[in-house]
Design a binder for this molecule. Structure first.
Ligand SMILES: [Zn+2]
Length: 120
């Protein structure tokens, strides 16, 4: 019997309830941790550079308390193949230091180091 393709398990980051997506148990934005990452600039750039998985046009309200600004296409879903996150996650890290899971940071740093070998 032929085996089917192995589908990697995708992990999810920043899917809080207000987005309208529900992944696993309920997560309210205000319950997410905010902690500045030492390599915040790289994290924001990496999050912005994800490949689009689902494109959702329209302005998404920034869920942070007292914040009136929106993010165009914020509800779109991006991926790096191992993780998936809403487009607004980059702005939430940038604006509010939304904390990124350690496993996500490890993958991100690994991918930077895994650049193709140059010929000698
Ligand atoms: Zn905000």
């Amino acid at each position: 019997m032929e085996e089917g393709p192995v589908v990697a398990e995708v992990r999810y980051f920043a899917f809080y309830d207000e987005l309208g997506f529900r992944v696993g148990q309920a997560t309210r934005f205000r319950d997410l941790e905010c902690r500045r990452s030492p390599d915040k600039e790289s994290v924001v750039a990496y999050l912005r550079a994800g490949a689009p998985l689902v494109v959702v046009p329209g302005d998404l309200r920034d869920p942070a308390q007292g914040c009136a600004s929106g993010v165009w296409g914020g509800g779109s879903i991006l991926t790096d193949g191992g993780w998936a996150w809403p487009r607004i996650a980059a702005e939430l890290v940038d604006r509010h230091d939304l904390a990124v899971p350690a496993a996500f940071l490890a993958r991100m740093r690994g991918s930077f180091h895994a650049s193709p070998a140059l010929p000698r």
